[in-house]
Design a protein around this ligand. Structure first.
Ligand code: ATP
Ligand code: MG
Length: 448
């Protein structure tokens, strides 16, 4: 069956005709890579220390994977998913988040039979059809951490600690907002009381909140509509509905956080937008606001999702907890905190060539240098020595290697100390060893 897409000429479609990126999508250019590399490095080190294995997820999943786990009456499923029917008639969705896919993978690959908890991490782009603004895109990256197969509160605390330290290691200070949603049963009875309370005040609710009241009353606690602060303050509080077991679980999470010195505040209105959460939920907020007009956007969030794996077809009750951190927002916070790494390319050794014969011979010599452990750079597209030495200087190279017409004929090469300006002529066959030695000497001198 072939599907003929019916495309309305939306703003994005118009933009496509002018060959620009789609609204909410962007290129990440070379200048930005140093910061992204640092994100990678910090993520890898952190997850390794805590024993998380990396998972790379497919970009597309059957739509039902998200509908069933995130919940039909949530912002994501209701209006933010990029969903389409493929040529074979299968309904699929560009992943809006990672937890549902990780839970799907846990079941699909029989990870229930491995030692528990199974700890997985991912660093990948996700897709949501939202109104783009600072810190909000249609394609954005998340670092995800998921620990599945245990309901121990130490895992809730560790996931929060890791999320907190990920930001901290990148130079971003955060505060954790935390709440407990209880079990599914507790939430149900609380939600029904909450609905009763707001029904009593229905006249004060606007259209959006009336819809929430009908479809997902818990989300009223998320509401930022005018007058809601006051109404919310008088509403029943979830914490009073928690049973002893859940309360104990939550208290322990808080104790562990105290012990680990993670700063947190209790937020009784924090419910998070997804249906699958149980017990602990949290968000990380930067101590410097990063949103438009100083508004506060969360850098990340997460929680416990004990019901999700059974819901997706897992055999047993499987406790699980996870977090997702928004990379673009963390980068914004890094900028605000002046914590962006230097993106200029630096090299220890710079290779210069003069004349056609040197350029030809130089290609191979440069390969030899590159395959050694030296940090080398080049500018083969330039012919002029002065221009090449200027680039070497900019890259803070301490040694330049110069190959000219004469050296090609003699089988030699010039080694120039960039600081002293001294030059020596050496056998081209021995250049790698000699340069390595000179670099070591220079480093020793610098230390003295
Ligand atoms: P928000 O309330 O800001 O819409 P959310 O609750 O929908 O966030 P989560 O699903 O918890 O977000 O995703 C975790 C993190 O991913 C967020 O805290 C944020 O940093 C990041 N994130 C979510 N949506 C976007 C987006 N459209 N663009 C950039 N980052 C995003
Ligand atoms: Mg959202």
């Amino acid at each position: 069956m072939s599907v003929k897409p019916k495309v309305e000429p939306t703003k994005s479609a118009k933009k496509l005709r002018t060959l620009e990126t789609l609204r909410g999508f962007r290129d990440i250019l070379p200048d930005e890579q140093a910061a992204w590399d640092k994100i990678d490095d910090v993520a890898r080190k952190l997850t390794q220390a805590y024993g998380f294995g990396r998972i790379r997820l497919p970009a597309l999943e059957a739509t039902s994977v998200f509908e069933r786990s995130i919940g039909k009456d949530t912002d994501i499923v209701e209006k933010e998913m990029f969903t389409f029917v493929d040529q074979g008639g299968v309904k699929m969705t560009l992943r809006p988040e990672g937890t549902a896919s990780v839970a799907r993978a846990y079941i699909e690959h029989g990870m229930l039979n491995q030692p528990q908890p199974v700890k997985l991490w991912y660093l990948e782009p996700f897709f949501r059809h939202e109104r783009p603004q600072a810190g909000r895109y249609r394609q954005f990256w998340q670092l995800g951490l998921e620990a599945m197969g245990s309901d121990d509160s130490v895992l809730d605390a560790q996931i929060i600690l890791m999320a907190y330290n990920f930001c901290k290691d990148l130079g971003v200070e955060t505060i954790v907002q935390i709440n407990s949603l209880g079990t599914a049963a507790i939430r149900k009875s609380y939600t029904s009381d909450l609905a009763k309370y707001f029904k009593g005040h229905a006249k004060k609710l606007n259209e959006t909140d009336l819809k929430r009241l009908q479809r997902n009353p818990l989300r009223l606690l998320d509401s930022k509509e005018a007058g809601m602060e006051e109404l919310k303050a008088g509403a029943p509080q979830l914490i009073e509905y928690l049973d002893d077991e859940t309360k104990q679980h939550f208290m322990k999470v808080l104790e562990y956080l105290d012990e680990a010195e993670v700063p947190y505040t209790l937020n009784p209105f924090l419910v998070r937008g997804l249906d699958y959460y149980t017990k602990t939920v949290f968000e990380l907020v930067s101590t410097n606001p990063i949103g438009e007009n100083g508004s506060q956007l969360a850098l990340g969030g997460g929680g416990r999702y004990d019901g999700l794996i059974p819901l997706l077809g897992g055999r047993e009750a499987t406790g699980a907890v996870g977090a997702a951190l928004g990379i673009e927002r963390i980068l914004l916070a890094m900028k605000t905190a002046n914590a962006m790494p230097d993106s200029r390319r630096v090299a220890d050794v710079f290779f210069c060539q003069l004349g056609e014969a040197a350029r030809r011979k130089g290609l191979k010599i440069f390969e030899k240098l590159r395959q050694s452990d030296l940090n080398v750079a080049e500018a083969f597209a330039k012919g002029n020595l002065k221009a090449q030495l200027e680039i070497a200087d900019k890259m803070q190279a301490s040694i330049a290697i110069i190959l000219g017409q004469k050296e090609v004929l003699d089988g030699t090469i010039i080694i120039r100390d960039m600081e002293a300006g001294a030059q020596e002529i050496v056998d081209v066959e021995k250049v790698v060893g000699i340069v390595a030695k000179r670099l070591q000497d220079n480093k020793k001198k610098q230390k003295e």
